[in-house]
Design a protein around this ligand. Structure first.
Ligand code: NAP
Length: 324
């Protein structure tokens, strides 16, 4: 496959870069100042792209690659790829589902516990020497005992989170675009109505235009002054300024966030608040899981160029078995 030109939009984990380098003719997308010259020279030869959330694969970028057949995305969320445009133009997009599900669900439950029981604040208290100087850390108002959880987006990860929540004795409900068969949890057709009824809202919704800011001031007001928001999905799903205001005004009690609207930038107002928990998008961030994700990126490309089709195409570019 050495005659096939593949473009990596950024430096990805060594497992990906080494295999792509060994298998294909690998190009790296240069810095913006040199990009136009690079695309003019190499663009017409590129048949595949390996990418991740670090680069936007929009219509302009894909349009500059006239021989492009496949975009392999590192990550299950592919909101940085215009998959609709790709589908309309005969380009397949793949992502990395399933291999990260359990890891992200673990992180979600860790984040939930950290937030509700103020575990990071209590660790900061110990490290600052306050345990000796001031005595025991204050009792937390938050507890999971007797609480209910509403999951926004009961997909693969949402279901893995629900399974863990069941083990914690939590009552579970969910919101999505439609009710699901064979799911034992209560379905809410309205996100605001679910937020009114639950103690904890966990969002694991994908990004993109459809979900942009669906957790807004009205949903936060419905969650209420003892409410907890956990976001492990995408930052764009939450209206961040509205969340900052809701936290400052104690419209909701607290939040645990792994994702933000403009990563890696996190608003200073959020960083200033000691009663919330902020993680730097570590949901799937173990070597174990990132290796599985990376291998799936490589395997999608090699399967495609071996004529066997993509392994994990996204919904917008279903595989019909016919190239082009
Ligand atoms: P999935 O199996 O495709 O599930 C996505 C769910 O989103 C579906 O159940 C769908 O339910 C729901 N959904 C889609 N559009 C919606 C809308 N407009 N309103 C409400 N619900 C909507 O995906 P997954 O594997 O669970 O991953 C979910 C997301 O988690 C990814 O897209 C990614 O953004 C995020 N993620 C984050 C991390 C991290 O490190 N923090 C890691 C991995 C993934 P309906 O079809 O019923 O609407």
């Amino acid at each position: 496959m050495k005659t096939i030109d593949v473009l990596a939009t950024g430096t990805m984990i060594p497992l990906i870069m080494e295999q792509l380098e060994a298998t294909f003719t690998l190009h790296r997308l240069p810095a913006p100042a040199e990009r136009d010259a690079f695309l003019a020279a190499a663009g017409p030869r590129i048949r595949a792209v390996a990418t991740g959330g670090h680069a936007r694969m929009d219509a302009a970028m894909m349009g500059a690659l006239p021989k492009l057949e496949i975009v392999a995305n590192f990550g299950v969320g592919y909101d940085s790829v215009d998959a609709g445009w790709a589908g309309r133009n005969g380009i397949v997009v793949t992502n990395t589902p399933d291999v990260l599900t359990e890891e992200v669900a673990d992180t979600a439950l860790g984040l939930l516990l950290m937030t509700v029981r103020e575990l990071s604040a209590s660790e900061r208290y110990l490290r600052a020497g306050h345990w000796v100087a001031k005595g025991a850390f204050p009792l937390t108002h938050g507890t999971l005992r007797g609480k209910s959880v509403g999951i926004l987006a009961l997909g693969r990860i949402g279901k893995a989170i629900a399974k863990r929540c069941e083990a914690f004795g939590l009552t579970i409900s969910y919101h999505g675009r439609s009710a699901q068969k064979d799911v034992p949890y209560r379905y809410y057709p309205s996100l605001v109505e679910m937020a009114k009824d639950v103690d904890i809202l966990i969002s694991v919704a994908p990004g993109g235009a459809e979900t942009h800011h669906i957790i807004d001031a009205a949903v936060l007001a419905a969650l209420g002054p003892t409410g907890v928001l956990i976001n492990i999905g995408r930052g764009s799903v939450v209206d961040e300024p509205a969340l900052i205001k809701a936290l400052q005004d104690r419209t909701i009690a607290t939040a645990g966030l792994d994702v933000f609207e403009h990563e890696p930038k996190v608003p200073a107002e959020l960083i200033a608040m000691d009663h919330i928990v902020l993680l730097p998008h570590v949901g799937s961030g173990s070597h174990h899981t990132r290796r599985l994700m990376g291998q799936l990126v490589v395997d999608n490309l090699t399967s495609w160029f071996a004529g066997k089709g993509p392994l994990t195409p996204v919904a917008e570019t279903p595989w019909s078995g016919i190239k082009g």
